[in-house]
Design a binder for this molecule. Structure first.
Ligand SMILES: [Zn+2]
Ligand SMILES: [Zn+2]
Length: 267
């Protein structure tokens, strides 16, 4: 059994545009009883190593949606397990469960075929579970995670995208995933202590893929969240004061997160 205080480690605060300091969206949520990876964009494996978190200690992996900036390292992470199990049988004491949108199992299967590494079908040590509409609260002992479908359309395709609401003791955290302002993200965010949100765009930018800063401020105010943390940051808007723009609609604390920062949560 682990003896960790609850925390969130930001592995990646960005999106596709990797720099020496910013990689794509990925988080580790730690509680006393569980270690969870949320999303696995490019850079996740490097950032796990830099954070001193061994991939073999993960209990669960949650994928918000299939876009590559959230999944590009997932199959590589799978291969770490698959090959360790092959090279050093019995060394791995546990295998994570991958939770994801409907189609998650097919994603892994098709990825294995596309990559010409047919290592997935029939192995079965890493279980895959798909989010179920209306009954998807997952109780993991000292935390409960609920996935809410959200709206995230890009290049004419609606992604099967989810926001996550995570209850750790008395602390409520929402992770928006990629989404516009929609009922699902508001349900995930309602009365949270911390709202980690997709802050892709400055105010005034409206599309079917992402929130802008005023959307975030409105959601945070109307859903009574206590603190807002911005992630999924594009380098194109580094010079825009996104934080001040959120504050035009929201009175609480707001800031951007940085890769490798650790956010301590109340016990
Ligand atoms: Zn996306
Ligand atoms: Zn994204």
């Amino acid at each position: 059994m682990h003896h960790r205080t609850p925390s969130i480690t930001i592995l990646g605060s960005g999106t596709f545009f990797t720099t020496s300091t910013v990689s794509a969206s990925s988080f580790v949520v730690d509680t006393a009883q569980a270690r969870i990876l949320v999303d696995a964009g490019p850079g996740t494996l490097v950032k796990l190593a830099k954070a001193g978190i061994q991939w073999s200690t993960l209990d669960h992996i949650f994928i918000t949606h299939f876009h590559a900036d959230h999944t590009a390292d997932l199959f590589s992470l799978f291969m770490d397990y698959r090959l360790t199990d092959l090279f050093e049988p019995g060394k791995l004491k546990k295998f994570p469960i991958i939770h994801g949108p409907p189609g998650m199992d097919d994603f892994m299967l098709r990825m294995s075929k596309l990559l010409e590494m047919e290592t997935y079908e029939g192995w079965g040590k890493i279980e895959v579970r798909e989010y179920v509409e209306d009954n998807n609260a997952l109780d993991l002992g000292d935390l409960v995670i609920t996935a809410y479908p959200v709206s995230h359309e890009i290049f004419g395709v609606q992604a099967r995208a989810y926001a996550l609401r995570i209850k750790i003791g008395d602390t409520l955290v929402a992770i928006s995933g990629d989404t516009v302002d929609c009922p699902g993200v508001r349900d995930a965010c309602r009365n949270t202590d911390l709202f980690l949100c997709d802050a892709s765009f400055p105010k005034g930018m409206v599309n079917k893929a992402h929130m802008n800063t005023h959307d975030i401020g409105n959601i945070a105010t109307e859903c009574s969240t206590k603190e807002v943390l911005l992630y999924h940051l594009y380098p194109q808007y580094t010079d825009v004061d996104l934080v001040s723009e959120v504050r035009e609609k929201y009175d609480g604390p707001v800031r951007k997160v940085r890769d490798l920062e650790v956010i301590q949560l109340k016990q």
